[in-house]
Design a protein around this ligand. Structure first.
Ligand code: NI
Length: 438
């Protein structure tokens, strides 16, 4: 994608599309996008409500996948099911030759009991990692699926005007697979979703959020969402009577010193002016009663970064600090780091190209630069393979201040469905503008 951008491409797109919806600069979107999307709005909302009422956890999205696959087959797409467990991948070929664009929607819900008063609220309960839980689309992935189903229909009806190919990726388990299972974007990539024919050159994805009003769109070029890794430290000492601490080795004191030592990683070691980072200890367990110094203390925590080098540096420093401080106390520390999602990096060139498209869709005053998000997103695995652009769609009712709106993952998370139209328009517009200008 890099190096292909030029004024000539924009002009060619202008001629190809009849020049409607023309912005002062940048790629142009076909005039039919808004009307076509509007005509699909009621059905997108109906799909979203159906999926909302029947949420499924990661790697268990069988009903959702069937709904998606049936729809895509009816549209005449080449549909593959059972990818990375329950994923659906479909290919739409335009009438004219051109590049391949991938579009991704995640399908999974969360173990959250819905507390929103809606006629289509979820009443679903299931077992998750051995516990009985409610299930809710508390992160809005129901809207992502419905939006992409709408975009598939819009593009399928316009394939005569389409110069290139679209690969639709309906992905399971973005929120993580159940214990002991693999899943999500990492598994889809490993199963060849981006390397098999037709091989996409770029990928687009979106996420709805409570932090903006319906109608608003935001984006962040470069590192946009954090990597997320879990660490575990087991500090081993020697058990003894609490009244005779000199007779043993106290892992509680050593572990406390380690917690303090970990605070120096972000403040003293990482190059803070380059990117922020977070190291937090989330749990610390050891001992059973007041007068016994225990054998060991276990602690777990999270590491968030926006840079692959810093990520590696922090992993090294956690190990050095924990083992070094433990040794100074006559104890030992075993450190393990469980790799989570990598940093989500929006390709800067693709982002710069995409912003004028979003501005044409939503209006210049509704498109803004988003702050970095310390949450993680497995769209990052696709972005490690090909240039990708992941952007945000507001879904808070304009009458509610965003700081009063229940956040994503809350049992009170409520979607203003008027935001879905903007999502569908954006995805369709990005796809057509890319295909017609590359
Ligand atoms: Ni999400």
């Amino acid at each position: 994608m890099r190096g292909n951008l030029c004024a000539g491409a924009a002009l060619a797109a202008l001629l190809l599309t009849g020049g409607a919806g023309v912005a002062a600069e940048g790629p142009t979107i076909p005039a039919f996008v808004k009307g076509d999307a509007k005509a699909l709005e009621d059905r997108i909302i109906a799909w979203r409500r159906d999926i909302h009422q029947h949420p499924e956890l990661g790697n268990r999205e069988t009903r959702t996948a069937t709904l998606v696959a049936d729809h895509l087959k009816k549209l005449g797409l080449e549909v593959q099911t059972g990818v990375a467990h329950t994923g659906v991948v479909a290919v739409l070929r335009g009438a004219k030759p051109g590049p391949v664009v991938a579009l991704r929607a995640d399908m999974d819900a969360l173990p959250v009991t819905e507390k929103v008063d809606l006629p289509f609220a979820s009443k679903v309960r299931t077992t998750y990692n051995g516990q009985e839980v409610g299930v809710m689309h508390a992160c809005g992935h129901d809207t992502h699926v419905a939006i992409l189903m709408g975009v598939a229909e819009l593009l399928a009806k316009r394939k005569a005007e389409m110069a290139g190919t679209v690969k639709f990726i309906f992905q399971p388990a973005e929120e993580g697979a159940p214990d002991g299972e693999e899943g999500g974007a990492e598994l889809m990539v490993r199963q060849g979703v981006l390397s098999s024919d037709p091989k996409p050159q770029v990928i687009f994805g979106l996420h709805v959020g409570s932090d903006a009003h319906a109608g608003e769109v935001s984006y962040r070029p470069g590192p946009a969402m954090a990597s997320s890794d879990e660490f575990k430290i087991v500090v081993k000492g020697r058990q003894t009577h609490g009244a005779y601490p000199w007779a043993g080795t106290d892992p509680i004191v050593a572990a406390s010193a380690i917690v303090n030592g970990l605070q120096t990683i972000v403040s003293r070691n990482v190059e803070l002016i380059k990117e922020p980072a977070v190291v937090s200890v989330g749990a610390m367990n050891g001992g059973v009663r007041d007068n016994i110094i225990p054998d060991k203390v276990e602690m777990i925590g999270t590491i968030r970064t926006f840079d692959a080098g810093m990520r590696a540096q922090i992993h090294t420093r956690v190990k050095e600090i924990a083992t070094g401080i433990a040794a100074a106390h006559g104890a030992t520390a075993e450190v393990s780091v469980n790799l989570g999602y990598p940093v989500s990096v929006n390709d800067p060139t693709l982002s710069a190209w995409a912003v004028p498209v979003l501005e044409q869709v939503a209006g210049k005053d509704k498109v803004s630069l988003a702050p970095k998000a310390v949450a993680a997103e497995d769209f990052s695995y696709y972005q490690q393979q090909i240039p990708g652009f992941f952007f945000y769609i507001g879904v808070t009712d304009p009458a509610t201040p965003v700081d009063k709106a229940a956040s994503n993952h809350s049992p009170h998370f409520k979607v203003d469905e008027s935001g879905l139209l903007v999502g569908a328009e954006s995805m369709a517009a990005l796809t057509l503008a890319y295909l017609n200008s590359h």
